[in-house]
Design a protein around this ligand. Structure first.
Ligand code: SF4
Length: 343
């Protein structure tokens, strides 16, 4: 029996979610794959049906430095992988695959580590990132990347119990106000929580807890903080029960896509054309279409270089509210308005 394929993806959580389309495609052809990923993302992949084994690589912690890289490469070498895919474009990933003795190393042309690849794929332009990553497997033109998560019955049960303990029925509005990058955070979540009627659940990681609590304080008795309380897959299972997620251009958007929950995605310093927008027919994008400084960086800077942060401050609560489906309706209200235009 041939050895499984190895995929090395140690980027951010959202990138890992978007890589699941590639993982599923590879698994359909040659069986479940092994994936090297971050310790944070490993729980997301370890139950995914396309994944045989999620291998945690703590590149900033216990495995940091060249010594950590060599130790992991030694472990991988014992698996005798014959082929690796390198969706993360770093030199570190490229070096790891090479040190692990993997004969075939496939990555994107133009990546910093591309000198060491044995096959370089031109990244397709004008497509969603999920399809861009899938391109590494050279699928037939038009193949859609099936982004998904391997939620277990236990994940769904824990999410249901969390909601039940707080008396929240399915169909609530979820909010994800956080982002690693400061300028990607829309400042209107607290006002939005206050303006909504019905229960609101605020999701995110431990680092978002303070922000989530400040949003919840705007809707006392009706808004509940899940940020930092639940593991990733349970958070995804929670989102699965939401009517809609209102989010920035950040990882929760891709979680919602993966579990089929409509999203209202607010873009500030970045634009959907980068390839990280929502893809569902019920999803909506809110953005300041006429601001000439947009986009100002690929990720969104920590603070606005112009000092005014108009790309987010001028997205009104009323406009976001207008994009949210009415209670009991899983689709998005037909407003005919798919983007904010501010004169
Ligand atoms: S420069 Fe423009 S796009 Fe960038 S953060 Fe400031 S307002 Fe937003």
């Amino acid at each position: 029996m041939s050895s499984p394929v190895l995929v090395i993806q140690t980027a951010f959580l959202g990138d890992v979610v978007l890589t699941t389309g590639l993982l599923s495609y590879l698994a359909e052809r040659a069986g479940p794959v092994d994936v090297v990923t971050t310790p944070a993302a490993a729980p997301l992949l370890e139950t995914h049906p396309a994944v045989r084994r999620a291998i945690g690589y703590d590149k900033r912690g216990t495995d940091r430095g060249f010594g950590g890289l060599v130790r992991l490469a030694g472990r991988l070498r014992r698996e005798s992988y014959s082929r690796s895919y390198l969706p993360h474009r770093s030199i570190r990933s490229a070096t790891l695959a090479r040190l692990a003795g993997i004969a075939e190393r496939i990555g994107f042309a133009g990546s910093p580590g591309s000198w060491s690849y044995t096959r370089r794929i031109a990244p397709p332009e004008g497509v969603h990132e999920a399809e861009r990553l899938l391109a590494l497997a050279e699928p037939l033109p038009g193949t859609v990347a099936a982004v998904s998560l391997g939620l277990t019955a236990a994940d769904r049960l824990r999410a249901a119990e969390w909601l039940e303990a707080k008396g929240i029925d399915p169909g609530f509005v979820a909010l994800a106000p956080g982002s690693i990058w400061g300028t990607k955070r829309w400042p209107g979540y607290a006002e939005l929580a206050a303006a909504l009627d019905g229960p609101v659940v605020i999701v995110g990681g431990t680092e978002d807890r303070g922000l989530a609590e400040s949003v919840a304080a705007a809707a006392p008795g009706r808004a509940y903080v899940a940020a930092g309380e639940l593991p990733l897959r349970v958070t995804a299972a929670l989102l699965e029960r939401a009517r809609v997620l209102v989010t920035n251009d950040s990882a929760p958007l891709h979680f919602a896509s993966a579990v089929g929950t409509p999203a209202v995605a607010i873009f500030g310093p970045t634009v959907p054309a980068f390839g990280f927008g929502p893809r569902g027919s019920s999803d909506r994008i809110v953005e300041h279409k006429t601001l000439r400084c947009r986009p100002c960086s690929s990720h969104g800077p920590p603070v606005c270089p112009l000092g005014h942060h108009r790309c987010m401050r001028e997205v009104s609560v009323e406009r976001v509210l207008g994009m949210i489906p009415v209670s009991g309706d899983r689709g998005i209200r037909e407003s005919g308005d798919q983007g904010i235009r501010i004169p």
